[in-house]
Each structure stands twice: as structure tokens, then as C-alpha cells.
Write a protein that binds this ligand. Structure first.
Ligand SMILES: Cc1cc2nc3c(=O)[nH]c(=O)nc-3n(C[C@H](O)[C@H](O)[C@H](O)COP(=O)(O)OP(=O)(O)OC[C@H]3O[C@@H](n4cnc5c(N)ncnc54)[C@H](O)[C@@H]3O)c2cc1C
Length: 572
């Protein structure tokens, strides 16, 4: 256990994906002292954060924040478990390892100086150390090779090769490395992974091999940031920390405090510190130091729908390596002793982006919706995809999917993901007690366009599998086999399925968004500085004014790299 010193130059609150990058980059200068405070364990003692296939075994344990949403009226009032990694490396240690950066236009749309698509992509490349494989036709200039994040392509299971064939056959042409280039809104391809030599790569790897100027304090919860008044301005001066045994202490920051608790916990830390909507803070007996109504607002996420199928053909999916007989034990041995096998990778296979302009043209919800010039009703330009498809190479997903194909059966899925959701939710606090989890109200599917577009995505996805030339002859029917969704052919049939089954893609963002000073709901300026406070920034996916049309770990790494540069600029 690291003993904290009384004072550091920089204190990072949360040692997750972005926080680890910020800390590591700052600590490269041996003259600067840095403290990382992480609520969870050190990841080196947690096998399921390193064995990629062990991802979901972290859930419902102390390694998970165990947050469940408020009831979502748009999703049949279901409460959805929205897991987050609670250990060093944060959600990078339990995520799907997919590097899907989004489209450059997504970041241009943030409209914040210094955060254009070109600039954010250059920071993703800075983080990356890409290791190619002979079969993959990568776009070399899209990849970085000097960063700390080892990334490699994923070898497909046979079912994924067939799904790629079906995607191409159904009008989504192959652009092998399109998820790294950020320029193709329609097509299919391969997705590089944060996996290397059989192990998951996490943000905690950034913290390895640094000097004694970096202290990492795990099992310690950031209660709040102390703000002191000096010459009529507020400055973030110290952090109140609660250790595992319930002892509180204060640690001072000479230069800056960076809040990196993720999209659910960062707004909660700000609120406990007296930064947020005045009425809301006062309701919890917290003195409002800075009235920033945007803290905890603008909560977004990508919703996904798993559509499972059964195939009778053995050897196409990886179920036989996991669920049949004693197979799991052998796969575990292979990973443990040889760093290979089904548990050494994440079982997602083929990927595609699509636009839905033509498919939605018959829906008045789409055609009558207001939209800006050059944008569709979801706010996207023609250069951005409306949806993503990806496939699982075996049965599996979040823990609610428990119909495992034991008994020599085989299942796979196509997953449909909604981009640019219009529904917005909130993060609030239950009390000022840091032991209380934030209250997360995603308000999923509250907008009828979100439901319609996601239902159309399912219609299209099912066509890919049922009509596409690679898969049409290998599907036995829906999985579990008493279901009939493989027969659905239109949006109206899919809508009830979406309401009942849509779930999180684990991409929350936007709850401490950057924005211009004219936007009363912006929490941060473009340098990630909290409005109205000196020496305090937020750096994680909560800063995103809009989600990307992609997955959120690569922006989280980019935000870390850029935050470190911004902080260093202030001190140089
Ligand atoms: C199951 C799952 C699958 C995903 N799959 C993918 C994928 O395949 N590809 C992709 O691109 N993205 C994926 N994501 C999303 C991606 O991993 C996240 O967007 C990204 O890791 C978020 O980074 P962050 O720094 O914002 O937050 P986190 O990485 O969650 O870091 C926050 C850190 O702060 C700590 N913390 C919070 N509050 C406190 C406090 N009060 N005191 C001390 N510490 C605190 C937390 O314990 C955590 O370590 C997935 C996420 C999950 C959970």
C-alpha cells in the first residue's frame, strides 16, 4: 500500500482509461510529482482484467461500480445494468477491446477549438502502438506505432467470415481498415483490438515503468475536491480521500486536480465538491460554490440490440470451445499456459457501418422530423453512419443473456447499434455520501426516432443474416429456438423487440461537457477547465459534447493524451 505524501503537483481522481494516460504522460517528467487516486484494486492482482474472455466475470463483483439505471419508460420501464470497471485501468480492463474511432466529422461537430477530427485522430494515433498481422490490409498512415497502447487485428472465427460475405452481399462493401481511417460511413471491415500476445491491453499499462515521482493509491475513494478562495477567485487546492477502512484524509495539489472518474462518477465528484445546479446541491445539504447547471446533464449512450441465431453447422462458432462439455477448462489452460485460444480474444467478429436514408424514407417519423440543412433528423451529415452492425462469434453478451448453447448447440448474433441518439438522460447524486453510487437516469428510447431507427437497423441486420449469401444457408432459426425473430421483416415487428431487448453498449458520455461560454450547460472550456474554478479539469468521456459514431475507448485515450498536453502547456 502506497503511503500518500501531503502534497503533489498534480492529483488525478480516478485511475481509469483517461486518468491513467494523463497521469503517465505528466509523470514522464521526473521533476513533477503525480498522485493517482483509484477507488478499486490494482489491476495486476485481477486475472479477469487481463484475460480478455474474462470480461463479464468482473461484473456484479467489487470490480464493478454496479450501477443500474432508473426505470426507462421507453424500454418497457426496464432498469438496465450499466457496468463500469472499478480498478486501475477502469473500463479499459473489462471492455470489448474494440478500436472503432468514429468518423472525423464526429469530432468536427464538437465545434471546439483544438478538437477537430484531424486533431482527435492524431491523439488516438499518439496513444497507439499498432502491431499488424500478415493477412490484414491495414492503412498504415492511420496507425501509430510509438504509443503505449498495443493494438492488433483480430483473427476471425469461420462464422465471421460468412457474416462479412453477407454484409458485402447486402450492399456494404469491404473497406478492410475503415474503423481506423474515420472516413467511410457505409461498408464493412475488420476492427483492431486492445489485445496483444494473448493478453488484454489496458490503460494501466501506461503506468508501468515510471519513476518514484508517480504514486498510485488504490482502494481509495475521492470524496470531493476542496475549493479555496484566493483574490476573489476559486482554486482547487486539495482532495478529500476515503480509504478502504473508512478513514478520511486530505491531500494537497500544488498545481492542478484532474477529475477522471468517468461519465457517471465525474459529475458526482463535482457535485459533492459544490459544483453543479444550485437547487440540486442544496437539496443534499451541499453548499453551492459554482452554479453550473450542466453538471450531470446531457447523458448519452449507444444502445445495442443482440439478435441471436442458431446454426446446426459445427465448427463455425466458438461455442464448442467454451460451453460444450469440459471445453472451458481447456480454453482457460490454453490462455494461462500458452496465451492463446478462445479466452485470449474478445468474441466479436465482423463489423459494418450503414446509412439508412433510403430505408427510412417511407417513415413519417423520419420524413417529418425537423432537421438542419445538410443534416438528417439525427443531426448527421451523409459522411456519418446512422448505425453499426457487429457480430458475436459465439453466444454471449451482458449477463442477462444466459441461454448458453450447451448440449452441442451453436449460436451467434448480429448486434445492431444506434448512433447519434436523440434521447438524453441525467446523472445526479443520491446524497453527499461518497459511498452512495450516482443515480443514473438514461431515459433510453424516450425519443421516437431513436426507436424507429434502431428498429430499422434490426430489420436490416436480420436481412443480412437471413438473406446474405454467406449466412442464409447456415441459420436454423432464432436462438433460443422457441423464438421467431428471424422471421421478422419490418420495423413495426422489430419495435417491441427493441423496447424489450435494447441494452447499453457501455458508452456513457457528455455529463461534464465542453462547450462555448455562451452555452449555460457547458461545464468545461476547450482546455477542459471547469468554468469558474482555477486548477481544476475534467478528463474522461464525460467531456464529450456529442458521442462519436464509433466506440468510446479510443476517444477516451485521445482525451487523456490531449489533456496532458494542455496541462503541460499551462506549466511550460
Ligand atoms: C463492458 C464494457 C464494454 C465496452 N466495450 C468497448 C469496446 O469494445 N470498445 C470501445 O471503444 N469502448 C468500449 N467500452 C467503453 C470504454 O471502455 C469507455 O468509454 C472508456 O473506457 C471510458 O473511459 P473513462 O476514462 O471515461 O472511464 P473509466 O475507464 O471507467 O475510468 C474511471 C475510473 O475512475 C474511477 N473512479 C470513479 N469514481 C471514483 C472516485 N470517486 N474515487 C476514485 N476513483 C474513482 C473508476 O474506478 C475508474 O477506474 C466498453 C465499456 C464497458 C464497461
Amino acid at each position: 500500500m502506497v503511503a500518500m505524501k501531503a502534497e503533489y503537483d498534480y492529483i488525478i481522481c480516478g485511475g481509469g482509461t483517461t486518468g491513467s494516460v494523463v497521469a503517465a504522460r505528466l509523470a514522464e517528467d521526473a521533476n513533477i510529482s503525480v498522485l493517482v487516486i483509484e477507488a478499486g484494486e490494482h489491476n495486476e492482482v485481477m486475472e479477469n482484467t487481463i484475460m480478455t474472455g474474462g470480461w463479464s466475470m468482473n461484473f456484479d463483483t467489487d470490480a464493478d461500480w454496479n450501477i443500474t439505471t432508473q426505470p426507462n419508460p421507453g424500454a418497457n420501464s426496464r432498469q438496465i445494468k450499466v457496468s463500469r470497471g472499478k480498478f486501475l485501468g477502469g473500463s479499459s480492463g473489462c471492455n470489448g477491446t474494440l478500436c472503432i474511432r468514429g468518423i472525423k466529422q464526429d469530432y468536427d461537430d464538437w465545434n471546439m477549438p483544438g478538437w477537430s477530427g484531424e486533431e482527435v485522430f492524431s491523439y488516438m494515433m499518439k496513444a497507439e502502438n499498432f502491431h499488424n498481422k500478415p493477412w490484414f490490409n491495414s492503412c498504415e498512415e492511420a496507425h501509430g506505432t510509438n504509443g503505449k497502447l498495443d493494438v492488433e487485428p483480430h483473427d476471425l472465427a469461420p462464422i465471421s467470415e460468412l457474416i462479412l460475405d453477407s454484409m458485402i452481399d447486402q450492399g456494404l462493401p469491404l473497406h478492410e481498415d475503415m474503423f481506423s481511417t474515420g472516413e467511410t460511413p457505409c461498408g464493412c471491415g475488420h476492427v483492431p483490438r486492445t489485445v496483444y500476445k494473448g493478453d488484454r491491453v489496458t490503460a494501466a499499462n501506461f503506468l508501468l515503468g515510471l519513476g518514484s515521482n508517480l504514486d498510485i493509491k488504490t482502494n481509495s475513494l475521492v470524496d470531493r475536491v476542496l475549493l479555496t478562495e484566493s483574490s476573489s477567485s476559486l482554486r482547487a487546492s486539495a482532495v478529500v480521500v476515503l480509504d478502504k477502512d473508512g478513514n478520511k484524509s486530505e491531500v494537497k495539489a500544488r498545481k492542478e486536480i484532474i477529475v477522471s472518474g468517468g461519465a457517471y462518477c465525474s459529475p458526482a465528484i463535482l457535485m459533492r465538491s459544490g459544483i453543479g445546479a444550485r437547487a440540486e446541491l442544496e437539496q443534499h445539504g451541499i453548499e453551492c460554490k459554482v452554479n453550473l447547471p450542466g453538471v450531470g446533464r446531457n447523458l448519452m449512450d449507444h444502445l445495442i440490440v443482440f439478435i441471436y441465431y442458431e446454426t446446426e453447422k459445427s465448427g463455425l462458432t466458438n461455442d464448442y470451445l467454451l460451453y460444450h462439455g469440459d471445453a472451458f477448462r481447456e480454453s482457460y489452460r490454453q490462455w494461462k499456459e500458452e496465451k492463446r485460444g478462445a479466452l485470449s480474444t474478445f468474441p466479436f467478429g465482423a463489423f459494418a457501418y450503414a446509412r439508412l436514408d433510403e430505408r427510412m424514407a417511407d417513415d413519417p417519423i423520419w420524413t417529418k422530423a425537423s432537421h438542419l440543412e445538410g443534416r438528417d433528423p439525427m443531426g448527421l451529415t451523409p459522411s456519418q453512419p446512422n448505425i453499426e452492425f457487429f457480430s458475436t462469434e459465439c453466444y454471449g453478451g451482458p449477463k442477462q443473456y444466459a441461454d448458453f448453447p450447451t448440449d452441442n448447440k451453436h449460436a451467434f448474433s448480429i448486434i445492431c447499434e444506434l448512433f447519434a441518439p436523440r434521447s438524453r438522460g441525467t446523472v445526479t447524486i443520491k446524497s453527499k455520501d461518497p459511498m452512495d453510487n450516482p443515480v443514473v437516469d438514461h431515459n433510453y428510447l424516450s425519443d421516437e426516432l431513436d426507436l424507429a431507427v434502431l428498429a430499422e437497423a434490426c430489420t436490416f441486420g436480420n436481412e443480412i443474416i437471413m438473406r446474405g449469401k454467406g449466412t442464409k444457408d447456415v441459420v436454423r432459426g432464432s436462438w433460443p429456438s422457441d423464438l421467431i425473430h428471424h422471421t421478422y421483416t419490418n420495423r413495426e415487428q422489430w419495435k417491441p423487440f427493441v423496447r424489450e431487448n435494447a441494452t447499453t453498449c457501455y458508452h456513457p458520455g457528455g455529463t461534464c461537457k465542453m462547450g462555448p461560454s455562451s452555452d449555460v450547460n457547458s461545464v468545461l472550456d476547450e482546455r477542459l477547465q471547469v468554468r469558474g474554478v482555477k486548477g481544476l479539469r475534467v478528463a474522461d468521456t464525460s467531456i464529450m459534447p456529442l458521442l462519436n459514431q464509433g466506440h468510446t475507448q479510443m476517444p477516451a485515450y485521445a482525451i487523456g493524451e490531449k489533456a496532458a498536453d494542455l496541462i503541460r502547456e499551462n506549466t511550460s
